[in-house]
Design a protein around this ligand. Structure first.
Ligand SMILES: CC(=O)SCCNC(=O)CCNC(=O)[C@H](O)C(C)(C)COP(=O)(O)OP(=O)(O)OC[C@H]1O[C@@H](n2cnc3c(N)ncnc32)[C@H](O)[C@@H]1OP(=O)(O)O
Ligand SMILES: O=C([O-])CC(=O)C(=O)O
Length: 464
């Protein structure tokens, strides 16, 4: 708890700017066991590792590229380096080699046996090491300190948006509004050496991750609760603070938020939000620009917005059929959705070929905390019915549910009823994964992204 005490001391000081806050925080926590120092120690060895891979294997093939791949969203092309997580089509995601059940067992929790603290996952993604509880507590305190104040102009920017602006538009705008605070952009203007890029990118990323719960909560309170904001509570961890500032208190909803914020962080590099963040960052646009781009991608209904769409779809069922539809009625409803040319939200995946383990762990949470909830029962019924219908239709490569099929029902149960907001919660979590990789991308000196494109003319002539 040394870091926590140090930060509580710092918190009582008045500092003139947020940038000074961040610098003071970094200085105070620079002991052998603080996150930045641990990360700094690891960078040279990973730089050497990448150099050796390039030297020894640089000209070897990772696979072939077909015309189908170029037309079909580059599916199946291995063309990105992404260190923080890896997705297996059958088994699902592993974060630095650890599956979700392993994280639930190994990462520090707020209370013995509880859900992992997302700060622990941030530490793991950045360093490859499972942190101790003391390290996680210090990181919680650091994030709390970095995140406790939002610059006033962010509130003004949000207030200037027209009523009814989607929460994801507000979220991406608020992140961009923080961009003038970028340490990286300022350092670049001063001529920082490329060897040191990672350092201000780390500062930006930590400041941004720290501020996201406050931003998300402000959007929630402005949009749905008449604009009455709830102050940050320095005694709470990062995820609990998100829930608290939104207006939801209690150990069970904090636990859900910790789990939710842990499992949505990262899904290797090719998904739209991760890839968009990575692409924009590769031009050396700072973390605010690049994460805002990632959020814009997450806002698509085939990606993160699917969690909102699932809820709407479930409500449509109950509106059209009633709260307890039979299996046959659900089956007909699914067929009707397909026949009307729409996708079944929350099902299918570009890479996964089995039930998403993020779905499974949310299902386990529901079985433990809300086994008799009617909406959970409805979601379970869809789990029984949808894969069979999608398989019979014969188009989808994966008929099983993904993460978005379950998350909304848990949020509903704890009173977070406004489904338009759900993708914001996803985005807060996603920052942890994509910004961690962003720091490593700069540390490893990864290149600007620029794949080659072709025209139909070229394809026709090439294979004529
Ligand atoms: C966090 C996340 O982003 S998880 C994904 C969230 N998105 C959703 O849940 C939306 C519903 N699912 C989908 O639209 C898709 O499964 C995606 C976008 C996730 C993956 O897309 P793809 O990799 O192209 O899937 P796949 O190769 O199986 O697609 C083959 C065909 O099946 C269709 N298909 C795939 N999933 C579904 C579905 N759930 N409902 C209806 N049709 C589907 C595709 O639209 C495609 O049709 P087309 O040939 O007419 O273009
Ligand atoms: O991996 C994907 O394409 C989509 C997904 O599940 C995620 O980004 O979490």
């Amino acid at each position: 708890m040394r870091g926590l005490r140090a930060l509580r001391g710092l918190a009582s000081l008045t500092s003139s700017t947020l940038i000074e806050c961040a610098e003071a925080t970094t200085r105070t926590l620079s002991t052998a066991s603080d996150l930045k120092s641990v990360l700094k120690e690891k960078i040279p060895e990973q730089q050497e590792r990448l150099k050796a891979i390039k030297k020894t294997h640089g000209s070897k093939e990772l696979g072939k590229v077909t015309v189908d791949m170029a037309i079909g969203g580059m599916r199946g092309i291995t063309g990105l380096l992404w260190e923080t997580s890896l997705l297996d089509p059958e088994e699902g995601i592993r974060f630095r080699g650890y599956s979700i059940p392993e994280l639930q067992e190994k990462l520090p929790a707020a209370k013995e046996g509880g859900e992992p603290l997302p700060e622990g996952l941030l530490w793991l993604l950045l360093t490859g090491e499972i942190p101790s509880k003391e390290q996680v507590d210090a990181l919680s305190a650091e994030l709390s300190y970095r995140g406790k104040a939002l610059p006033g102009h962010v509130h003004k920017v949000l207030a200037a948006l027209p009523a009814g602006t989607h929460p994801m538009t507000q979220f991406s705008t608020a992140v961009l509004a923080l961009q003038p605070e970028s340490h990286f952009a300022a350092a670049y203007q001063k001529g920082i050496s490329k060897l040191n890029y990672w350092d201000p990118v780390y500062e930006d990323s930590m400041n941004l991750i720290a501020k996201l719960p406050g931003i998300a909560a402000a959007i929630y309170r402005n949009t749905y609760k008449g604009g009455k904001l709830i102050p940050h509570d320095t005694s709470l961890d990062w995820a609990a603070n998100l829930s608290h500032q939104m207006g939801f208190d209690g150990e069970e909803v904090y636990e859900l938020t910790r789990l939710y914020q842990t499992i949505h962080t990262d899904h290797e590099g090719g998904n739209v939000s991760a890839h968009a963040t990575h692409l924009v960052g590769s031009a050396l646009s700072d973390p605010y620009f690049s994460f805002s781009a990632g959020l814009n991608g997450l806002a698509g209904p085939l990606h993160g917005l699917a969690n909102q769409e699932v809820l709407r779809w479930l409500f449509d069922v109950t509106k059209q059929i009633g709260p307890t539809p039979t299996k046959d009625e659900v089956e007909k409803f699914v067929w009707d959705t397909l026949k009307s040319g729409k996708v079944v939200p929350g099902f299918g995946h570009a890479v996964l070929r089995k039930t998403d383990p993020r779905y499974t762990c949310q299902r386990e949470f529901a079985q433990k905390h809300l086994p008799d909830d009617p909406m959970f029962k409805l979601v379970s019924l869809f789990y029984e019915v949808v894969p069979g219908v999608l398989t019979e239709q014969g188009k989808v490569k994966n008929p099983w549910p993904n993460v978005d099929a379950h998350s909304g029902v848990l949020l509903q149960y704890y009173g977070i009823k406004e489904e338009n907001f759900y993708t914001v919660l996803f985005g807060v979590s996603r920052a942890i994964g994509v910004l961690s990789q962003g720091i490593w991308s700069r540390a490893l000196g990864l290149a600007i992204e620029r794949p080659k494109s072709v025209t139909m003319d070229v394809l026709e002539k090439k294979f004529a």
